[in-house]
Design a protein around this ligand. Structure first.
Ligand SMILES: *Cc1c(COP(=O)(O)O)cnc(C)c1O
Length: 388
């Protein structure tokens, strides 16, 4: 009997500890973990530098109110701004909070310039922005919103890739367009660089804001620090979470100077957001991932993984339909439902997770070793040969 509410369909497996790319179960088995908490443990399990950071900071200071200065947060915000388009950062605790706060920043900006009617956010139908009331209605997904009405107003939707519907849905009340650079839960669908460029141009032309949800594809996951960097664009607002904490819950909103002008004392807050313990961890993660050498290594691992996966696709064309994604945010799309395949991978000690459109999501730690990728490929090859 479990006293946990039944909002998850959990696999019957628990883990005692983790080390790097591996997890060790309570029944003594060793698994290659290519879920990593869904792109959260960007440096794998129990990274020595993160363990050291937590140990040291936990002896000094865990939490103080945002009513006081928090130097660790100042430091992390500075690093994030120096590395990216952003001029200001607002710390939260999770992805959903970060996307909601991003919507608040957008609305507040238009309010502050005397255009409060510009308050609607245009989103991709069936995107994923988290599970708060606003975030589920931002996604517009029937599955996520069912039973949670009344509908939170203020969101419009367009179909992924349908440029006509996108342009048609922009009205005088639109404040922002919000997209995931790479749809994670939605099946690892990448917005092509030229589309991101056009999206930026469109927002400029219509004088609306661009929110690039980088919760899953940010912080090195795409092999660039941010996935949108490759297109050369600068969004106005970027929510982040997952990878920045390396396993510690951290969320944040990055924003440019223009939109930040709407955020005055008292407009937003978070009790836990940006506390010293979280910020100490975030600083260590940031120092490691933001280096050029580290990101180049992610690019190398990614290139290797993709080329080998595409070979498997050629070997098993009746099973694998497409290899999707970028960096180490990888989707293997099957022709058929992926449930059984994922189960078989797990029986062979490789952990993966599903996404929409029959996709198996593969999320190794960003510092994954080539021999670990080889092991995963061997297991995927074996399962392909068995389900044939
Ligand atoms: C996971 C995710 C979120 C929500 O993050 P939580 O920490 O689960 O609230 C939001 N946006 C995207 C793109 C995500 O992948």
């Amino acid at each position: 009997m479990s006293y946990l509410a039944k909002n998850y369909n959990r696999k019957k497996i628990a883990f005692k500890y983790g080390k790097g790319s591996y997890l060790f179960s309570t029944d003594g088995k060793k698994y290659l973990d290519f879920v990593q908490g869904i792109a959260v443990n960007s440096l794998g399990h129990a990274h020595p530098k993160l363990v050291k950071t937590i140990r040291n900071q936990s002896k000094k200071l865990w939490h103080v109110s945002n009513a006081f200065q928090i130097p660790e947060g100042e430091k992390l915000a500075k690093k994030l701004c120096q590395k990216t388009f952003a001029d200001y950062v607002m710390f939260q605790n999770s992805g959903a909070e970060a996307t909601e706060a991003s919507i608040k920043v957008a609305r507040r900006y238009f309010y502050s310039i005397g255009k409060p009617h510009k308050n609607r956010v245009l989103c991709v139908q069936n995107a994923f922005h988290g599970r708060t009331l606003a975030a589920i209605f931002a996604s517009g997904s029937k599955k996520m919103t069912e039973g949670f009405g009344p509908k939170v107003p203020g969101f419009d939707h367009f179909v992924f890739g349908d440029h006509k519907s996108l342009k048609k849905k922009i009205t005088k009340n639109t404040a922002a367009i919000m997209v995931e650079n790479i749809m994670g839960e939605g099946g690892i669908k990448v917005i092509p660089d030229f589309c991101l460029k056009e999206l930026r141009k469109l927002c400029d032309k219509k004088k609306i804001l661009l929110i690039a949800d980088s919760v899953q594809d940010g912080i090195g996951r795409s092999s660039d620090f941010f996935a949108f960097e490759r297109s050369g664009i600068k969004p106005d607002i970027v929510p982040i979470a997952k990878g920045i904490g390396g396993g510690f819950p951290i969320g944040a909103v990055l924003m440019n100077k223009k939109v930040a002008s709407g955020m005055k004392p008292g407009t937003h807050g978070s009790t836990f957001g940006g506390n010293p313990l979280a910020m100490a961890v975030g600083n260590t993660v940031m120092d490691i991932i933001s280096s050029k050498k580290f990101l180049n290594n992610v690019k190398r691992s990614s290139k290797y993984f993709f080329s080998k996966l595409n070979k498997l696709k050629e070997k098993y064309p009746s099973i694998i339909k497409e290899i999707r994604g970028r960096g180490l945010l990888i989707g293997i799309q099957l022709h058929k439902d992926q449930t059984k395949f994922i189960k078989k991978l797990m029986e062979n000690k490789l952990l993966t997770i599903r996404a929409a459109e029959n996709v198996i999501r593969i999320l190794p730690p960003l510092n994954v070793k080539i021999k670990e990728i080889d092991l995963a490929l061997k297991i995927i090859d074996k399962v392909c040969s068995e389900v044939k």
